[in-house]
Structures are given as structure tokens and as C-alpha cells.
Write a protein that binds this ligand. Structure first.
Ligand SMILES: Cc1ncc(COP(=O)(O)O)c(C=O)c1O
Length: 434
């Protein structure tokens, strides 16, 4: 039996894949190796990774410097518990994150993935009020927002429509409409006004019960790369801040250059009180997440009373190897002048979105930084529809790793992508959609 068949046989027998229905899914592709923006399968086919392997890969696959940092750190200290112990990679990374994030953020709590970084933000927000002697345990979020698949994260992301079986277990969240922007949207300002009215109403009625507002700043990823204006976001944040409500930015997707600046918050003059980072924190190499807090929030957990402690932890919190890779990835941002590279990617996106918008089946072209998206109206806007799976298959047959979300097709390549490969991918896509 061929190696590929053996792997697939075992895969079918033993594995349970995320967001996948075994009954209808076709065989997964057996990936054997990767380099830069390319993935190679066992049959010798190659794919351009146009979605950065679920939005994590920044500097390209198997980057030598990142490999070396894993190797170097693994030989020295591979893991140690992070309660009662510390180490240089963790303190250096925390210092760097504090330096690069807004001035008011000064305390880093490490965990392993986007969902845990959100869960920690939500728990800290609730306990912050508890430690101050107040009961505030409800949240505000945006319709369509996605924050992960743990219970807290599901509660603030329940309008994504993924969580029906768990509905009764989810805590109460107030949802605001999300006014998304695309080229030619002439309803945008009215939609923004509607969202602001809804915000004011929620605050007026529920202010004393609300622990925090959580949002994906500038881009809602999982709901289909929906972009909002920074002017709108600033207004919303200001309203919540003036009402004394904690503002959480979930930058799990938008962090590390996706929007053209290191963080989405860098587009604004106003800062969140808590920021969640994961995905690209290690350049997409190994799991690590960080939730970063203002000193005001942290100060209410520092007390002689043990009950005020944040009694939360993860086995692999601040794993030394993960922290080393994250440090190395941040250095690469400087060494490679990555933000400059993103500008070139954005220029290519912009040119091709103009080209694509000539196709009458394409609507709502939109982009920010390294992310470009549009709707393909011949496919229904439902998650995992047969048409959208067919389209995904067609892209793969043409060597393009693209994963439509409903009828949204988007590009979010690693920043190392060669201009030629990005342009060829767009040319192929245009051909396929025609
Ligand atoms: C904005 C946002 N928050 C949180 C998460 C959850 O991250 P993870 O899948 O690492 O748990 C995601 C994942 O896509 C995300 O896009």
C-alpha cells in the first residue's frame, strides 16, 4: 500500500478533524512538507498557502531562524511550570509585547490559543468587578463576531450560528449590529449610526451589569472578513470607556501585521483595556497566546486576601520554546521590514480587487493591509455549503489554498509571498470564477 493510502486509512480510522463532517468530507490532503508560502503534498502537488494556514503563518513556512530558535531553546529548557518559576524567554517576550502594544497595557498573562486568551480576558473582567465588590458579569459583543470555541468565547460569539447545541449553557450577551464596509456601500453611515444607537441603548439599560465589551477590531474574521471603519471603531470604544466599561480587543486574528500595522489598535488614538493575542504570535510556528492587561485592572488582583488572586492557569503557560519563537518572530518583523512588505501585498490586492469587481457575480470587494475579500454571489452564503466545498476543491486542484467562508473568498497570505505567486494566484482565481 502506498504511504499516502496508509496515512489516509489511519486518518479515517483514528482522527476527528476540526469543523469537518466525516460523512461528507472528501479525503484530507496529506501534506508532507512546506517552505515559505508553499505547501507540498505526498503526491508531489504544491499549493500556495493563501490563508496562512488558518491565519497564523507570517514569515513563511519552515523559516530557518524560527527553526533554530526552537532547537536552541529546546536544548536548554523545554518546559517548566510557570507558577513559582520564571525564565528569560518569558520575561523578554512580555517586555517586548508591553513595548509594542499601547502604553496603558502593562501585564501579560500567557496561555496556549486564541480561545484561552479570550476566556482569560473575560474571567479577569468579571473578577475585576468582583474584587472591587461589584457584580458585573454580562458582556457586549458585535453580531457575527467570533472569539473561539470555549464556553465564554462561545457566549460572546453565539451569533456566529455554530453553537445551537450549547445555547442554554451560554451566558447572556448583548449584541450590537456590525456596520461593515465595502467598496460602494452607500448605507455605511446609516448602519454605523444604528450601531451607535444600539450601543447607547444597551449602556443606558444595562450599564451596571456589564463587565466588558469584546470585539475584533477593524476585521471580523470568521464571519467573512468583514471590515469596519476605524472612525466608527474609535467612536464605539470612546462610548464604552466613558461609561466605565472594560474594552477588550480580540486581536487574535488582526495582530502581527494583518491590518497593515503591527496591531489593529495602532490605527486608533484610543486603546483597549485588555488585548488578546495568539495565532501569529509565534509566526505561526507553535501554539502560544497572550492576554495583556492595563495596570489598573491588574492592580485589583494584588492583595493580601488570597480570594482576590486570579486562580487560573494552563499547564503550558509561557512555555519557554514558544516564547523563544515568538521573540524570534518579532525580531523578524524588524529584520525583514515586514510592515513594508505588507504594503506591497496591499497594492496587489487593491489592483486585483478592481479587476475582480468587473465580474458581475462578484460584490462587496474589501481590503485592509494583507487581507482582501469579496463575495461570490453564485454560491450561497452558508457555512460549508456543497457549492462552497466544490469551489474550495477547484481552487486546490489549481494549486491555491483558499477556504471560502460562505460566499466570501479571501486572501490572507504569509508576508513572504513572492509577488509573482500572489499575482499568478489572482490570475488563476479570475479564470476559475469566470
Ligand atoms: C478573532 C478570533 N478570536 C479567537 C479565535 C480562537 O482562536 P483559537 O482557534 O486559537 O482558539 C479565533 C480563531 O479563529 C479568532 O479569529
Amino acid at each position: 500500500m502506498m504511504m499516502k493510502d496508509k496515512i489516509l486509512q489511519k486518518d479515517r480510522k483514528y482522527l476527528w478533524h476540526p469543523f469537518s463532517q466525516l460523512k461528507t468530507a472528501s479525503d484530507p490532503i496529506v501534506i508532507n512538507s512546506a517552505k515559505e508560502e508553499m505547501l507540498y503534498d505526498l503526491d508531489g502537488n504544491q499549493y500556495i498557502d493563501l490563508i496562512s494556514s488558518w491565519w497564523v503563518n507570517t514569515h513563511g513556512h519552515c523559516r530557518d531562524e524560527l527553526i533554530e530558535s526552537v532547537f536552541r531553546q529546546s536544548k536548554k529548557l523545554e518546559q517548566v511550570l510557570f507558577a513559582g518559576f520564571t525564565h528569560k524567554p518569558a520575561v523578554d517576550l512580555a517586555e517586548k509585547l508591553v513595548k509594542f502594544t499601547p502604553k496603558n497595557l502593562s501585564r501579560v498573562f500567557f496561555s496556549d490559543n486564541g480561545s484561552t486568551s479570550v476566556e482569560i480576558a473575560m474571567k479577569v473582567a468579571i473578577q475585576y468587578w468582583y474584587n472591587k465588590g461589584q457584580k458585573k458579569n454580562k458582556f457586549v459583543a458585535f453580531k457575527g463576531g467570533y472569539h473561539g470555541d470555549t464556553f465564554g468565547a462561545m457566549s460572546v460569539g453565539k451569533t456566529s450560528g455554530f453553537y445551537e447545541p450549547f445555547e442554554e449553557m451560554l451566558s447572556q450577551t448583548f449584541f450590537i449590529s456590525y456596520p461593515d464596509e465595502w467598496r460602494g456601500n452607500n448605507q455605511l453611515l446609516q448602519n454605523e449610526m444604528k450601531a451607535i444607537d444600539e450601543t447607547n441603548k444597551i449602556i443606558k439599560q444595562e450599564k451596571d451589569n456589564i463587565a466588558a465589551v469584546i470585539l475584533e477590531p477593524l476585521v471580523q474574521g470568521a464571519s467573512g472578513m468583514k471590515i469596519c471603519r476605524k472612525e466608527f471603531l474609535s467612536k464605539i470604544v470612546k462610548i464604552f470607556k466613558e461609561a466605565g466599561i472594560i474594552v477588550i480587543f480580540d486581536e487574535v486574528l488582526t495582530g502581527f501585521g494583518r491590518t497593515g500595522k503591527l496591531f489593529a489598535t495602532d490605527h486608533l488614538k484610543i486603546s483597549p483595556d485588555i488585548m488578546c493575542l495568539a495565532k501569529s504570535l509565534t509566526g505561526g510556528f507553535i501554539p502560544l497566546a497572550a492576554t495583556i492587561f492595563s495596570e489598573e485592572i491588574h492592580s485589583h488582583f494584588v492583595d493580601q486576601d488570597f480570594k482576590k488572586t486570579f486562580l487560573h492557569g494552563h499547564t503550558f503557560s509561557a512555555n519557554p520554546v514558544s516564547c523563544s519563537v515568538a521573540l524570534c518572530s518579532l525580531e523578524l518583523f524588524e529584520k525583514d521590514k515586514t510592515l513594508q512588505k505588507i504594503k506591497s501585498i496591499a497594492q496587489i490586492h487593491s489592483n486585483y480587487l478592481s479587476e475582480l469587481s468587473k465580474n458581475s457575480n462578484i460584490s462587496k470587494t474589501r481590503m485592509i493591509g494583507s487581507i482582501a475579500a469579496f463575495n461570490y454571489d453564485l454560491v450561497p452564503d452558508t457555512y460549508g455549503s456543497a457549492d462552497s466545498l466544490k469551489l474550495k476543491k477547484k481552487f486546490l486542484e489549481n494549486g491555491l489554498l483558499l477556504r471560502p467562508i460562505g460566499n466570501t473568498i479571501y486572501f490572507m497570505p504569509p508576508y513572504c509571498i513572492k509577488e509573482k505567486n500572489l499575482k499568478n494566484s489572482y490570475e488563476k482565481l479570475i479564470e476559475i470564477l469566470q
